[in-house]
Structures are given as C-alpha cells and as structure tokens.
Design a protein around this ligand. Structure first.
Ligand code: SF4
Length: 417
C-alpha cells in the first residue's frame, strides 16, 4: 500500500458489479475461473483460518455472487504442465535453446522483456494456465454452446495484479484481436465483490459444497502445485517423467521431486539435478533451478552469467529448465492476495497447497482423464492446440543500443557443441 496514497490499486470491482447487475434481458452469461492459489486464499480473505481453506466454499461463493459457470484454472495448469513437459523434451531433441524458462508469471515475463530481452527466446512458448483456459473456454463456448463472444463475460480470479496486464497483451489475444478473458479480479477485489453482492461467507455450504462446472472441472495434484514456488517445475517434471519412462507416477515415487519443494530464504534459489528416467536406458539427468522474487531472479541471472547477452551466448552448459516467479514464494505471495501480518502466512499457505496435492487421486494430469482435451485436441501437439495454447514471445523492451544488431541466440555455441 502506498504510504502517501499517491498510488491506488486498480479496482475492477465496479466493472464486474455492473455486468452482474444488468437487467435480465441484457445479461451476459457470467463465467468465472479461479486460480489454484486464489481458490484456497479466498476463505482467508473472508476471515477463515488459512488451514480451513475449502475449495467448494469458493465455488459456492462464486455462484452466490451471480456467476453462472465456475471453472477451475487448475485445469489450465494441468494443460500447461503437459505442454511444458512436451516442449522441454522437444528442446532436448533439438538441442535447446536452454535454459527453458517458465512463462506463466507475467511479472517475470515483463522483467525479461524490459531488462533481459536476449532471453525472450528461452521463455517457454506455452501460455499461462489462465490464458490457456481463457482460450479453451472461448473455443468451447463457440463450438459446443454456439454462443457469440459478445454473449458471455469471462472473469479470472487471480492472486495477482500483473495478470490484469497479461490479458491485454497483443500476442495473447483472440483471433480478431479481442481478449479471451474480459477482466481479472484479485482475491482482495473478490472479497469486496462478495460483500457488495451481499454474500455471507459463513452461511455458504462447507465440505458438501458444489463442484466446479464441467468440462473444466477436473484437475490433478500437480496442477494444484502451480500455486507455490517450485510447483510449476514439479508438475511439468512429473509429466516429463511419465512420458519418458512410459510408466505412471504413483504417490509413492513422487518423492523424487521433493527437491523442488525445498524452502528458500529470500535471495536464495534452488539448483539441482533430477533423474528423469532412473533405471532405464534413456537415463537423463535434468539440471533445474527454481527462483522466486524479483531480486532473487536478478541475482540468479547474474550468478549464472545469463544477465549479459554475450556471456549468455557463450555458456557451454546452461541449466535445462528454470522456474521463475516474480513474487516471493510464488503465487501464494502474490500482490493480490490477502494482506497478512503473520510472518508464517506464506508457509501456512504453502502447506495448504501441498495438502491438496497429497489428497488428490491424480498425481499427474492424464489425457484420458480430460474428456474435453481428448475430444477437442486429440493430441496436445495438434495445430488447433498450438493455436489456442501457445504463443510467440515478443519484445516490448529494447536491448541496449550497442547490442541491437546481430544478437546471437542464447546457447547457439552450446547447441553446436
Ligand atoms: Fe502473479 Fe506473482 Fe504469481 Fe507471478 S508469482 S503470476 S506476479 S502472483
């Protein structure tokens, strides 16, 4: 919060209130999707203890506020983990470029564009879970429900103020240049919206609450992990392991990824090797890093000689896969989350996320589990999937003037070696 009041948080509550309050004949179908980290922290926002997080109550609250359809962004997270794993394996086959950076955090993507534009080609080409689900909702509304884009309104409940900018980005817009997601509400804004709509949180059903609406209602424990630092990495590696070893991952052998969960102090980053296919001829060790917090990310890039375009291009053995999240601890510490004076709030939220993963029947997303994905894309590498779920990174910031011409692609030399 700005101490002088000179900077105010952008408030999109009135816009959503206006849509929800339209007279019956003019009302659009109101759709909301809830992010993995936001679906658990809405209760905290409404006065519950962090540990009492109940996803069903979040769904019930969205319906009580007037939303017709409530979808789970974790569906998009699972799709994102699957595609990032496929992209990582593809980069191994074509020798890079490495490292492959995650791209689901708009705060990190903006940092790349504005301060480290030479790294833009190293960003994963997968859209974020929110933008993937936004595109899938639009496709589903058009193909299955035969609904015009102007007849429905898509709200995303997010932990993050940076997501408000992400939905407007040109490379993530729909085919006619319009937005797949109309508006982003942070968890704090959603708390205000619920109060303004007269929703009494304590009166909502608890454990027997309604579930998300099909077809975007299924998710795995891996998708839930997107809420916390290390989670995107772990979810994608679980999928990559399953793909490369051709055996399904069970709750018992998921412990090999526990390294991704090491708690880091501010300014630290995690760097380790993980055997993706132990015991098989295709044995492959993957060199990974997990970094959260803008300061730590910049320290990491300097330490790894990635901050300088020429040094980066000379790197012989860059890391393979790096997860960067701009907020300390990942989205559980996002700028739109409930403000807390509890020093342990982040750790308590992290435990809730891991509890949800541990309670989930599915460790990884399985295409067989996702009727919509199977029926629509058949194969997540199809042209339709690529068009809806991936993007081409662009540069908004410019490289320093001396370097504008002939910037070598990162890792060209490493690829050739
Ligand atoms: Fe948004 Fe922060 Fe999560 Fe990045 S880490 S997506 S900036 S909440």
């Amino acid at each position: 919060v700005c101490p002088t009041g000179a900077v105010a948080e952008r408030d999109d509550v009135p816009i959503v209130m206006a849509e929800l309050s339209r007279p019956a004949g003019q009302r659009k179908k109101m759709i909301i999707m809830t992010a993995p980290s936001a679906r658990t922290s809405l209760g905290e926002m409404m006065g519950d203890a962090i540990e009492d997080a109940e996803i069903g109550t979040t769904v019930a609250a969205c319906h009580a506020a007037g939303f017709d359809l409530v979808f789970d962004t974790t569906f998009g997270a699972d799709t994102c983990a699957t595609l990032e794993a496929a992209e990582l394996i593809e980069r191994f086959r074509s020798n890079g470029p490495f490292p492959m950076f995650t791209s689901c955090c708009p705060g990190w993507v903006s940092l790349v564009e504005n301060k480290f534009p030479h790294l833009r080609h190293n960003l994963s080409h997968c859209k974020s879970p929110m933008m993937m689900l936004g595109a899938m909702i639009r496709h589903w509304m058009s193909e299955e429900c035969k609904a015009e884009r102007s007849t429905y309104y898509v709200v995303a409940l997010m932990p993050c103020t940076a997501k408000k900018e992400e939905i407007t980005r040109p490379e993530l817009r729909g085919p006619l240049g319009d937005q797949d997601v109309d508006v982003v509400l942070t968890v704090r804004e959603m708390g205000r919206l619920l109060k303004a709509r007269g929703v009494v949180w304590k009166s909502l059903p608890g454990p027997h609450s309604p579930r998300y609406d099909p077809p975007f209602d299924v998710s795995s424990g891996g998708g839930a992990l997107f809420a916390t630092s290390g989670g995107v990495m772990e979810a994608a590696l679980r999928v990559a392991y399953t793909y490369l070893s051709r055996e399904s991952l069970t709750r018992e052998n998921v412990d090999m990824f526990e390294e991704c969960r090491r708690i880091m102090r501010s300014g630290d980053w995690l760097s380790t090797h993980i055997p993706l296919t132990p015991g098989t001829r295709q044995r492959r060790e993957i060199d990974i890093a997990v970094v959260s917090g803008s300061r730590s990310i910049q320290d990491f890039l300097i330490d790894q000689q990635l901050s300088d375009p020429f040094m980066a291009a000379m790197l012989k053995q860059p890391k393979h896969f790096v997860e960067c999240m701009a907020c300390p601890g990942g989205c559980i510490g996002g700028g739109g989350q409930p403000q807390s004076l509890d020093d342990l709030a982040l750790e308590r939220r992290r435990r809730v996320v891991h509890r949800i993963d541990a309670a989930s029947d599915a460790v990884t997303p399985s295409v067989a589990q996702y009727d919509y994905v199977r029926a629509t894309f058949k194969d997540l590498t199809s042209d339709l999937a690529k068009r809806l779920l991936t993007y081409e990174p662009i540069t908004i910031g410019r490289p320093p003037s001396k370097l504008r011409k002939g910037l070598p692609r990162l890792n060209q030399s490493a690829s050739a070696s």
